[in-house]
Ligand binder design. Structure first.
Ligand SMILES: Cc1ncc(COP(=O)(O)O)c(C=O)c1O
Length: 304
């Protein structure tokens, strides 16, 4: 890693302290911004960095921009090159997290849809401290945003006010994280992760129509469960009380990878965290992201 941290601003490497936007930008005034959180992993074996499912993240960013009626659209390759450049200019050869944000700059009006500034940050990510003991999770009193108001399928920064309220409440109540319910009372997701549970031996995850971001990690795990672990996953609405009756529960996302949960609302999972299914899928996932799972190279974009 080089001494100065560079942020890519519209493709230009700018020292971190100079990577600023005006307070008048709609991105600041109205949270008019959409983004992606992406991981890249260093493989000692291959002496290579791999960005995990880069094109899938970039397609989701394109979708978010289209759905929010941005006045500018980017080709996939142009986006891809910016992500790779952010890693290269910072000379990163370690496990990292990247954030690509499309910010509406321009005049302060709620309908402004251009110009758009693309910012890419890249840097180390703290190690997961819950792998061995599991998180204490509390069901939030805050409802998850709904497709009819602030659609969770769109990765808009505005949605994270909802997650922030839930997370602050959870911390205040002594939990490590929150799980939010839909207005119909079904399990949606955590503020920065989706969830899977194992109940009566069956792996379940809330349906994409139950207030979740269509998570790339969730999709990866469904494929790994089906194809590597020969364990089918049921995607369906999940009731709150099913959480209390589950053997295992884990949260997943690009940042949190696969994070075991030890209890919900202080009710311990029926199997002490991390349970065997959580451990198996986590191990398989971590092999996939580092290029150690045969047949999954199409998920990896090499950097160097
Ligand atoms: C609200 C929310 N749900 C789920 C996820 C997991 O999504 P992904 O696996 O695509 O990172 C994230 C992650 O960043 C998120 O912010």
């Amino acid at each position: 890693m080089s001494g100065t941290i560079y942020i890519l601003m519209d493709g230009e490497a700018v020292p971190q302290d100079q990577a600023v936007i005006p307070v008048t930008a709609p991105a600041v005034a109205y949270a008019s911004a959409v983004f992606e959180g992406i991981r890249a992993y260093w493989s000692d074996r291959d002496r290579q960095m791999y960005v995990f499912r880069l094109d899938d993240h970039l397609r989701r960013l394109q979708f978010s921009m289209r759905a929010m009626r941005y006045g500018v659209q980017y080709e996939l390759d142009a986006l891809r090159q910016q992500v790779l450049k952010a890693i290269r200019v910072n000379e990163l050869r370690q496990d990292i997290h990247l954030r690509m944000t499309a910010l509406i700059t321009g005049t302060t009006a709620i309908t402004t849809s251009a110009p758009v500034l693309l910012a890419v940050t890249a840097g180390p990510y703290p190690p997961n401290q819950w792998v061995d003991r599991g998180m204490a999770v509390g069901v939030s009193s805050w409802q998850r945003v709904h497709d009819s108001s602030s659609p969770p399928r769109i990765k808009a920064t505005a949605n994270y006010s909802n997650g922030r309220l839930a997370m602050l409440e959870a911390k205040e109540n002594g939990y490590d994280a929150a799980l939010m319910l839909t207005r119909e009372g079904k399990v949606a997701e955590a503020p920065v992760a989706t969830c899977f549970l194992v109940r009566n031996g069956q792996v379940l995850t809330p349906a994409c129509t139950d207030g979740i971001l269509e998570s790339i990690t969730r999709d990866t795990l469904i494929k790994l469960f089906n194809e590597e672990l020969k364990t089918p996953v049921q995607e369906r609405s999940v009731d709150r009380t099913e959480l209390y009756d589950a053997e295992e529960l884990f949260l997943c996302g690009s940042g949190w990878e696969v994070t075991p949960v030890a209890s919900v609302d202080r009710i311990p999972m029926k199997v002490a965290a991390p349970g065997s299914i959580t451990r198996r899928v986590r191990d398989t996932y971590l092999k996939a992201v580092r290029g150690e799972l045969p047949g999954r190279q199409e998920w990896l974009t090499p950097v160097w």
